[in-house]
Design a protein around this ligand. Structure first.
Ligand code: SAH
Length: 398
């Protein structure tokens, strides 16, 4: 195993549960041609501190697997963690949910690895190539624990960009089971959805918004809803199930809007879509919101769930400014409640909420906070950097 030395300060942080070491933080020389995928961190007295995944191809080159005492990293180590992760999620199936996150990376003890379940199909997404040597073992484990019919591999961009044409692995590959088209049907709170697990964004569906969608169902009755950044129509299906008066979706992707129509038809087979009370607008959200304002259109419930505006720390200020602009544009067409969400991990929750308040202020509207929400139980966040999703519900006045 690779031996790693770091500063005392970072040792302290790691003891507290921070799970990462970046290349520039390593104090000893490590051979360039080392091929190990595991490393061990020692403290200044040369005592064992942590064992973890070593990834020389990435700036984030070490991710803690286990702290404190040396552990054998093998099938039974992973099985124990997988079972703990399963226990946390046990209540979901009883709520009519068969699509959810089974393993949420570092926060479930599998750093750089996400496992999402879509009924009988598991989607394994890797953020570091260091998992490759464990894949056969993991796949057998997942198969056994879930009796899944298929395991699909998804690779983060930073992983697939290093793979050459001879690599055993590629993004979208079926690791176990029969290769299918990619479309998988599953349930969330009793509602039906389709996800494209091979080509879709993330692993095919934004599973992290389940609790917000449920809340929107509860708020929707009799209301006109504007679902901005609607992707595959998650919020729209819930709003219609909650008895809303109408839905308008906005998204720049035609694939997203088409998938949303499929999800609507799946849940409301007796209705036809688009319909008088269900419309879609394809294009840039900022431009469409400006158009709606100029047309003096108002909605009782506006949902703003954009993609991450900050891809790194440097983009934080720019992202905050974009949230303010977006919320201003959203508030200008709101005659009731507004939900604003941020999935940018580089934007802290408090700063996001302040950006939202500034947006409503600059729209010249009064407001009252209804609620703030964070991560659902299948997306645990055990350290500050893992906490990315924050949402705020606001009653917007005149
Ligand atoms: N609310 C969704 C997830 C949103 S993901 C859900 O619950 O499933 C973000 C979406 O924003 C994607 O579908 C993407 O196509 C869309 N998007 C990205 N940039 C956009 C823009 N400038 N204008 C409109 N839509 C955009």
């Amino acid at each position: 195993m690779i031996k790693i030395q770091i500063s005392k300060t970072l040792q302290g942080k790691i003891r507290q549960g921070y799970p990462w070491i970046f290349k520039y933080q390593i104090q000893n020389r490590i051979s360039e041609d080392a091929s190990e995928n595991l490393g061990v961190v020692y403290d200044q007295n040369n005592r064992f501190l942590a064992v973890g995944l070593w990834d020389p191809g990435s700036d984030l080159c070490f991710r803690v697997l286990s702290l404190g005492k040396p552990m054998k990293i093998d099938g039974s180590f992973f099985l124990e963690r997988l079972r703990s992760a399963k226990i946390i999620r046990a209540e979901l199936e009883g709520q009519g949910t068969t699509g959810y996150r089974v393993i949420n990376g570092e926060s479930d003890g599998f750093p750089g690895l996400v496992l999402d379940r879509y009924e009988g199909v598991l989607v394994l997404k890797l953020y570091t190539a260091s998992w490759f040597p464990f894949l056969v073992e993991l796949c057998e484990l997942f198969q056994k624990e879930f009796k899944s019919r298929q395991v699909v591999l998804r690779l983060a961009r930073n992983v697939s960009k290093f793979l050459d044409t001879h690599s055993t692995y590629r993004d979208g590959q079926t690791l176990y089971g029969e290769e299918t088209s990619g479309w998988v049907q599953f349930k969330e709170n009793g509602l039906k959805f389709l996800a494209d697990v091979v080509e879709g964004q993330k692993t095919g569906f934004f599973l992290d918004q389940r609790e917000n969608r449920l809340r929107i169902r509860g708020m929707a009755k009799g209301r006109s809803v504007l679902n901005v950044f609607s992707y595959s129509g998650g919020f729209s299906v819930y709003a219609l199930a909650g008895g809303c008066r109408s839905v308008m979706e906005v998204d720049s992707s035609s694939f997203a809007l088409e998938t949303s129509l499929r999800n609507l038809k799946l849940n409301f087979p007796e209705k036809s879509f688009p319909a008088q009370n269900f419309t879609q607008a394809e294009g840039d959200a900022f431009q469409i919101l400006a158009r709606l304002k100029s047309e003096k259109r108002f909605f009782d419930l506006v949902i703003l769930d954009p993609p991450a505006f900050a891809k790194n720390k440097k983009q934080k200020a720019q992202a905050l400014e974009a949230y303010t602009r977006l919320v201003k544009a959203g508030a200008q067409v709101t005659s009731g409640a507004l939900l604003a969400a941020s999935c940018s991990r580089h934007v802290p929750a408090d700063e996001f909420y302040n950006a939202v308040y500034r947006g409503i202020d600059s729209a010249g509207k009064k407001y009252k906070e209804i609620a703030k929400t964070g991560h659902a139980l299948d997306h645990p966040a055990t350290f500050a950097e893992a906490f990315y999703l924050k949402s705020i519900y606001i009653q917007v006045g005149r």
